[in-house]
Design a protein around this ligand. Structure first.
Ligand code: ADP
Length: 364
């Protein structure tokens, strides 16, 4: 049985706002789960219901198979790290780490051992006597994490814990949190709006939009097998290219190119005749035009961005636009003609009405 279970969980705030709709998820012990989505999509609300800081309006939350809806935050064995570090400013790092255990009446020797072990894991041993104001943002963050992990709780919740750090610190802390997770093996739920954090840290990602789960999967599944247009466009930078069109004679147009869907859609082609379809391909999925089992496109270069590790080429074909990721050593002149191909296996097709994925011969 799963360690944490959310069954048809809903949140309707007292003002009537329905913030979370039928949230279903099973989390195994030790998993690192990331909730990702844009601001306001219901990530924090869901996390706070798990923590016991918000009531569950409808549905059930189980810990180890036991209904936890009515349990208080303390009873749940859950620790939460918030966006703001919430350190006690008048206490040293040592006392900040020790505080929760002191309140619980834990033996001083035991506290001392735990504080020192936690500080060692987090690289804070040399800072135990410092006050929070004498620490960098990253160090304060580590103390905040330390205060949560020292309690040896079963579940660890983090709400945008890196949002106050600069870009470089975020990258460092990202790998540190992953490392801490590996060492503590605590079940973790991490909330972020940043898809890179989600992709780099998660065992499984939950993509949310408007209070609803869009897809649950490993970073690999979300990237290569997105369930719908939203997830396909949300994960990946630059985002997936989409060609939208109505199927006519088994084809949709990209500029002057006719994309014949027959080789990838096979027997489903008839059903989609006359219906809208979305043809998606990732910027880096393009190949040389000679490629076999691939679509060939002809386009014009609009703009290039050399980023060092790759170059983004913005292209157009008639009214259609796309971005291609190419080798930085390739030069592409503005307005020059360009030919490229997209292997059949790299195409994501979506129903233009429901926006849900259509399995193709190559992706099912
Ligand atoms: P996220 O964490 O994804 O940014 P939240 O869970 O904080 O989103 O919020 C989800 C939605 O619920 C937002 O539209 C927000 O305005 C709304 N909301 C949050 N708290 C309350 C509240 N106490 N009362 C009414 N609406 C709220």
């Amino acid at each position: 049985m799963a360690y944490l279970t959310l069954k048809d969980v809903n949140k309707i705030y007292p003002n009537g706002y329905h913030a979370v709709h039928d949230f279903n998820l099973e989390i195994e012990k030790g998993e690192f789960i990331v909730f990702v989505g844009s601001s306001g999509c219901g990530k924090s609300t869901t996390l706070r219901m798990i923590a016991g800081l918000e009531d569950i309006s409808k549905g059930e939350f189980l810990i180890d198979g036991k209904r936890a809806n009515e349990m208080g935050p303390r009873e749940r064995g859950i620790a939460m790290v918030f966006q703001s570090y919430a350190l006690y400013p008048h206490m040293s790092v040592y006392d900040n780490l020790a505080f929760g255990l002191t309140l619980q009446g834990v033996d001083e020797d035991v506290i001392d051992e735990k504080v020192r072990r936690t500080a060692a894991v987090l690289g804070l041993t040399d800072y135990l006597d410092r006050m929070p104001r004498a620490l960098s943002g990253g160090q304060r963050q580590r103390v905040a994490v330390g205060r949560a992990i020292i309690r040896k709780v079963g579940v660890f919740l983090m709400d945008e814990p890196l949002s106050n750090l600069d870009a470089k610190q975020r990258v460092t802390m990202r790998s540190e949190i992953t490392q801490i997770h590996r060492e503590t093996e605590a079940t973790t739920i991490y909330v972020t709006h940043d898809q890179t954090e989600a992709m780099t840290m998660a065992d499984r990602i939950v993509v949310m939009r408007d209070g609803r789960i869009q897809q649950v999967g490993t970073p690999y599944e979300l990237y290569f097998r997105p369930a719908n247009v939203f997830v396909a466009g949300f994960i990946g930078e630059p985002p997936m290219n989409f060609v939208r069109g109505t199927v006519k004679g088994g084809c949709i147009g990209f500029g002057a190119t006719q994309i014949n869907l027959a080789p990838i859609l096979e027997e489903k082609l008839g059903y989609y005749e006359g219906k809208p379809i979305v043809f998606g391909f990732r910027p880096e999925a393009i190949r040389l035009p000679e490629e076999k089992d691939a679509y060939r496109f002809r386009c014009q270069v609009e703009l290039t961005e050399m980023l060092g590790d790759n170059t983004n080429v913005y292209i157009s074909a008639g009214e259609d636009r796309a971005i291609l990721k190419v080798d930085p050593h390739d030069t592409h002149e503005m307005d020059a003609a360009l030919e490229f191909s997209v292997p059949y296996e790299s195409v994501s097709l979506f129903d233009g009405e429901t926006e849900q994925v259509i399995p193709t011969k190559y992706t099912k």
